[in-house]
Every structure is written in structure tokens, then in C-alpha cells.
Write a protein that binds this ligand. Structure first.
Ligand code: DGL
Length: 268
């Protein structure tokens, strides 16, 4: 469907579920006057354990929904969907800026001191060409180790933030990767920033920093809107509409809770 791009339209965000809200949160902070519409595909989550073809088809379906409503720019707030679909999305929708997210390996290398960098991500992100190219680019500058985290996003989807339950998961999936010289962990799935305090608690007094791509992605969104003359100007604050393929009010409530906004999303 053809989207008539106009700077009063909202900015569309999509993710396989609630994770992209960690990126949206940052975008709302730096672009408070904009309107946003967020589509979480929780019904089809997790994307990270599907094939690249399936992920691409689901991503296009979600984007078409946003375009039917009308959006002026798209943020694919999902590392897994970005890896599978970003170049096809850009070719299909040349009429609007399309911004993706990838594991923040570059910032981790740039801010690092040559120690080991772990990249927690979905099994699919880690397998994709896009990620392998990213690794190849920086592998000479630091030891970068992918840590596949199947099922971790589901704790966020289910609203389970209990430290003890998560400790068991980290014992099984993270503990073996933690060495003396580990200096940072890249949160390479947009769901994981919502587990940041539980990961920090698990790491205890180890001096390991956590890095995610929400800030870089939101700044890129701002830059691209400016370049395309699509910023919504004025003092009036915008709002956030959240949609979810599960059509369950609880998912919408949890989404606004994660965003730290009242249900309905007024920014005033
Ligand atoms: N939030 C998604 C990401 O950034 C993936 C979660 C999933 O569906 O597996 O990769």
C-alpha cells in the first residue's frame, strides 16, 4: 500500500513483541513532540527461533499494518527482524526513512579496553549474515563472543522479572561465557534492556558494562527525519499508540508500563 509521507503522521515502530519499547522509550525522550505508533507482534513471537524467510514475511506483514494506518518513517526495533528484512524493506518502501537496529558491537569496541565482549542475542540474530559481517569487521580489535539466548525474551513477554527465576536462566546460558577479562555485554535483543537490573544483579561486583543500541538507533531516527524534512515542529507534545497482535488488554497495559506512560500514551 502506498504511504503518503507527511510530517504530521506518526513514526511507526515494530518488534516481535514488547522488546522494541526499549528503543521507543529513548525515541520518545529525544523526540517528545512526535507521535508514535508501536506494533508488537507478540502472537508470532519469538522471531529469534524462526527461519529467515518466516521472519521476513512476518516483518512485512507488521509493516503493512502500520502503513495502512499511515506512518512517515519506520523503525524496525528488533535486531532479529532487522537482520532478516532491512534491505528488502528499504527497497520496497523508498518513500520513507527505514531505520533498523543491530547489536551495539561498534560502541562496545570503541568504548572498550581490548577485553572480551559478550553479545547476548537471539539464536537467529547470531546466525544471520548481517551479524557475521559485523563480527568480522571488529573481531581484530577485541575478542567478541556471541551468546545465544533462546527463550530469554519470553520472560519480558510474560512480565516475569523475578531475580531468582532469571538467575537460573543465566546460570544455564550466561555463566560459562563470563571470564576474568570480560569487560562488557552487548544486549543484542531489544527485550534484554528490560532485564538490565537482573543481569547486573547476576554479575554482582564484576566490572562489566552493559551496552544496548537504543540510543544510537533513536539518534539515527532523529537524523534521518531531519534530513528528509519530516520533523514535526511545535511545542505541543505528541502521544504513543500501542497495538499488539495478541489483542489482549494485558499486553497493552504491560507495554505502557514498560514505557512508563499511562495507558493511552499521552506525553503531557
Ligand atoms: N526483540 C527481538 C530482537 O531484538 C527478538 C525477540 C524474538 O522475537 O526472538 O532481536
Amino acid at each position: 500500500m502506498k504511504n503518503r509521507v507527511d510530517n504530521k503522521l506518526p513514526i511507526g515502530f515494530m518488534d516481535s513483541g514488547l522488546g522494541g519499547i526499549s528503543v521507543l522509550r529513548e525515541a520518545v525522550r529525544i523526540l517528545p513532540e512526535e507521535n508514535f505508533i508501536y506494533y508488537g507482534d507478540s502472537k508470532n513471537a519469538p522471531y529469534g527461533e524462526k527461519s529467515a524467510e518466516e521472519i521476513k514475511a512476518l516483518t512485512f506483514k507488521a509493516v503493512e499494518k502500520l502503513r495502512e494506518i499511515g506512518i512517515k518513517a519506520l523503525v524496525v526495533a528488533c535486531n532479529t527482524a532487522t537482520g532478516a528484512a532491512i534491505s528488502d524493506l528499504r527497497t520496497t518502501y523508498p518513500d520513507m526513512p527505514v531505520i533498523g537496529i543491530e547489536p551495539a558491537v561498534r560502541p562496545a569496541v570503541v568504548c572498550g579496553h581490548g577485553g572480551r565482549i559478550l553479545v547476548m542475542a537471539t539464536p537467529m540474530t547470531i546466525k544471520q549474515r548481517k551479524f557475521l559481517d559485523l563480527l568480522a569487521k571488529y573481531q581484530g580489535e577485541a575478542e567478541i563472543v556471541p551468546v545465544p539466548c533462546p527463550g530469554l525474551m519470553e520472560f519480558v513477554e510474560k512480565g516475569i522479572f523475578d531475580g531468582e527465576v532469571l538467575k537460573k536462566y543465566f546460570d544455564e546460558h550466561l555463566a560459562d561465557f563470563l571470564t576474568e577479562n570480560t569487560e562488557s555485554i552487548v544486549l543484542g535483543c531489544t527485550h534484554y534492556p528490560f532485564l538490565e537490573s537482573q543481569i547486573k544483579e547476576y554479575l554482582g561486583n564484576r566490572n562489566i558494562s552493559l551496552i544496548d543500541g537504543s540510543r544510537g538507533t533513536s539518534s539515527e531516527l532523529k537524523r534521518q527525519l531531519e534530513r528528509a524534512g519530516l520533523r514535526k515542529m511545535g511545542e505541543e507534545k505528541g502521544n504513543v499508540t500501542i497495538l499488539n497482535s495478541l489483542e489482549d488488554e494485558k499486553m497493552i497495559e504491560l507495554s505502557y508500563k514498560l514505557l512508563k506512560l499511562p495507558v493511552g500514551g499521552g506525553l503531557k
